[in-house]
Design a protein. Structure first.
Length: 254
């Protein structure tokens, strides 16, 4: 993926990593469209960030995704990058007699079905442009589990394998698949995460992500240094120690 000259749609970019990345990519010479559910928040983003377009979308709703895709492609026929940013992270207790199933189902709908539906909605268009990218967003927890978020971990592991598989199918086409693998970052993804000493400062994370995109345009995975502890535990042979350390150090590790 080139760092500039793109037209980029980022659903789920009304706060946190998504919004920070949208702002930085816009500043680097890209046309950026931010997607989200709340109209008032989208209007605020458009006002505060001249040049960034906004489109209403609920990534848990298949009809909303289809409608948003039609709107984005009509307004921006040069669209060549889709970043499937939307996601939720909620704790679950599978030892309790009830209560975790609703959370687990919502997590699967948002974190797994959402990206699948987004890719399906845009893939035909992306294959018509010369240099296109689908950027998925997994997590360090795709590779080492946080005890309190089992379904989140599972959906991010699924996103990793989905990215690997779709990349194989799209080999030889104009569409590349790039996977962003965040560590814990200081956002409001979970309560207390914005002030967590374990989490990476948001601006530092975005700085490193943009640098990696710029210096490694042919990369298939964007891995900041902080995520490598989780990403490569199994390859290093210290997976058990990684899991133990992760679950001892911080309950909000992304």
């Amino acid at each position: 993926m080139n760092i500039s000259g793109n037209t980029i749609f980022i659903p789920g970019a009304t706060s946190g990593i998504g919004l920070a990345l949208a702002q930085r990519l816009a500043a680097r010479g890209n046309t950026v469209i931010v997607g989200g559910r709340r109209t008032a928040l989208l209007e605020q983003i458009a006002t505060e960030n001249p040049g960034i377009d906004t489109v209403q979308i609920d990534t848990t709703d298949a009809d909303s995704i289809r409608a948003a895709a039609e709107t984005v492609v009509t307004r921006h026929p040069s669209l060549n990058v889709v970043i499937t940013m939307a996601g939720i992270m909620r704790t679950e207790d599978w030892t309790a007699p009830a209560g975790f199933l609703e959370t687990a189902e919502a997590t699967v709908t948002t974190n797994l079905l959402g990206p699948i539906r987004l890719i399906a909605a845009f893939i035909e268009h992306l294959r018509t442009v010369p240099d296109a990218t689908i950027m998925t967003v997994s997590s360090g927890l795709a590779f080492a589990p946080l005890r309190v978020t089992p379904t989140y971990n599972a959906t991010k592991a699924a996103i990793h394998m989905l990215s690997e598989s779709v990349r194989l199918q799209l080999a030889g086409t104009s569409v590349s698949v790039l996977e962003l693998e965040p560590p814990a970052v200081r956002t409001s993804l979970m309560p207390g995460q914005e002030s967590s000493d374990f989490a990476m400062p948001l601006e530092a994370f975005i700085d490193e992500v943009v640098e990696l995109i710029e210096t490694q345009p042919d990369a298939t995975e964007i891995q900041v240094e902080n995520v490598r502890f989780l990403r490569y535990g199994e390859a290093r042979g210290d997976y058990a120690q990684v899991v133990e350390t992760l679950n001892r150090r911080d309950p909000h590790a992304r």
